[in-house]
Design a protein around this ligand. Structure first.
Ligand SMILES: [Zn+2]
Length: 378
C-alpha cells in the first residue's frame, strides 16, 4: 500500500514536522534522572510527535525570553507560550534521563544550559496576571526555580488515555490526505459540545473540506468535565449528527495552561502541525475566570501578519437557538430580542444536570444530556 501524499495540506510550523522519537541509549541506567510533572510529560510527548514543531526540546533562554517579550522564537518564528522544563539545579552530566512522576524513563535530554527565570515576570507576560488565583499562574509559582534547556530524544511515551483517539500529527495528516481533504478546520474544546458549538463547527465545515474535533485531554482544572465523560459525549454527538466522511475525532494531548489569548495562538500553531488550515476561535478561548476580555483571544491574532501564522483563524460569536428565527443564530445573524433566545449559563446547565433534569433540546442534544446526567449521577 502506498501512502497518500500529504503535500496538499498546510506545511507544519517552520516547514517540517519535528521528530524527536528514537531509541534509548545503552548507558541510560548511568544517567542522572530528572522527574517531570504531568504537564511537562504532555509537552515532551508533543515534542516527540512534532505537535510542537519546530521545537526539538525544552526551550533555551534566548527562545524563552523572545517568546515572552515578542511572541516569537529567537529566529523570529511566531510562538506564544514557554515550553520549559523546571529543575532545582543544573545536572552534573551533559545528558540526563527524563522520567514521569512514577519514575518511568521516557527520554534523554542533551543538556545545553540551565538558567534562572523570574516567575512573576513570566506570569505577567504569559498570563497577563500575577494573581495566584489563576490556575496557570499557581502552577508556575509552584514550579522548581530553574529551567533546563536542551533537545530531547523520546524512546517511550505514556499510554494514552484514549488509544483509538491518539493520533500524532503524521497520523492526522495521513487521515486528511486519504479523505482528500485539503482545507481542514480544527476545533479545540475542553467542554462537552452543546448545540452552540455544534453550530460553530458546522458553519465552519460549510466552507472547508473537513473538520477535526480535537478535544484537549491533558490536565485540566478540577471543576472541568472529566475527559472520559466528554469523549463519550463527543462520540454520541458525532455518531448521530455529523457526516462520518467529513469529521475526524482525535484527542489533543496537551495540558491546559488557561493563558487565554496567548494560548489561542499556541493552540492554532499546534493544530497547523496536525494539518489544519483553519482554526476556530470562539469568545474567551482558553480563558478562565475574568482574567481576559471577551475578544482578547481573537484580537491577539492581529499582532501577526496574516501569512506568518499561515493557519487561518475563524472567529465566532456566542450562538444560540432563536425561537423566532427557528434556527441556531448569533448576534451577527439574528435581529430578535434576547427573550427569543434559548441560552443557559454553564452554572445553570450544571445545576440542571446535577438535578437529573434534561436541558432544553434547543440547548443540548438529548443523547448528549443523557451521557452527562449519567456522569453526574455517578
Ligand atoms: Zn432570531
Amino acid at each position: 500500500m502506498t501512502a497518500v501524499s500529504t503535500d496538499r495540506l498546510i506545511k507544519p510550523h517552520g516547514g517540517e514536522l519535528a521528530d524527536r522519537s528514537g531509541a534509548a541509549p545503552d548507558d541510560l541506567d548511568s544517567l542522572e534522572v530528572v522527574a517531570l510533572t504531568s504537564r511537562e510529560v504532555s509537552d515532551l510527548g508533543m515534542i516527540a510527535s512534532g505537535a510542537l514543531s519546530p521545537l526539538e526540546g525544552f526551550m533555551r533562554q534566548e527562545d524563552y525570553e523572545s517568546v515572552l517579550e515578542e511572541m516569537r522564537l529567537a529566529n523570529g518564528l511566531p510562538w506564544s507560550l514557554p515550553v520549559c522544563l523546571a529543575v532545582d539545579a543544573a545536572p552534573k552530566g551533559d545528558r540526563v534521563a527524563l522520567a514521569d512522576e512514577a519514575g518511568r524513563k521516557l527520554a534523554v535530554l542533551e543538556v545545553e544550559a540551565t538558567y534562572a527565570y523570574a516567575k512573576e515576570a513570566e506570569a505577567q507576560q504569559a498570563f497577563r496576571t500575577t494573581d495566584e488565583g489563576h490556575p496557570g499562574v499557581a502552577r508556575l509559582y509552584a514550579q522548581k526555580d530553574n529551567y533546563l534547556a536542551g533537545n530531547v530524544t523520546v524512546f517511550d511515551r505514556p499510554d494514552p488515555q484514549f488509544p483509538e483517539l491518539a493520533l500524532d500529527p503524521r497520523d492526522t495528516r495521513s487521515a486528511f490526505a486519504e479523505r482528500g481533504w485539503k482545507r481542514v478546520v480544527g476545533f479545540q474544546t475542553r467542554n462537552p459540545i452543546h448545540r452552540a458549538h455544534e453550530y460553530l463547527t458546522k458553519v465552519a465545515l460549510e466552507t472547508v473540506d473537513g473538520l477535526l474535533v480535537h478535544p484537549l485531554v491533558g490536565d485540566t482544572k478540577g471543576d472541568d468535565v472529566p475527559a472520559d465523560v466528554r469523549v463519550e459525549c463527543y462520540r454520541t454527538l458525532l455518531a448521530d449528527y455529523y457526516p462520518q466522511e467529513r469529521v475526524l475525532l482525535s484527542a489533543f494531548p496537551a495540558a491546559m495552561r488557561y493563558a487565554g489569548p496567548r494560548e489561542a495562538i499556541w493552540h492554532a500553531i499546534c493544530r497547523k502541525n496536525y494539518g489544519c488550515s483553519h482554526f476556530i476561535v470562539g469568545r474567551d478561548h482558553a480563558g478562565v475566570g475574568d482574567y481576559y476580555g471577551t475578544y482578547d483571544a481573537q484580537l491577539i491574532f492581529d499582532e501577526f501578519e496574516p501569512h506568518e501564522l499561515d493557519i487561518e483563524p475563524m472567529f465566532y460569536e456566542h450562538s444560540f437557538w432563536c425561537k423566532t428565527c427557528g434556527s441556531m443564530a448569533s448576534a451577527k445573524t439574528c435581529p430578535h430580542p434576547k427573550e427569543q433566545h434559548v441560552f443557559l449559563s454553564g452554572t445553570k446547565v450544571r445545576e440542571l444536570l446535577a438535578a437529573g433534569e434534561v436541558p432544553p433540546e434547543e440547548f443540548t442534544r438529548p443523547a448528549v444530556a443523557e451521557v452527562l446526567i449519567e456522569a453526574y449521577r455517578g
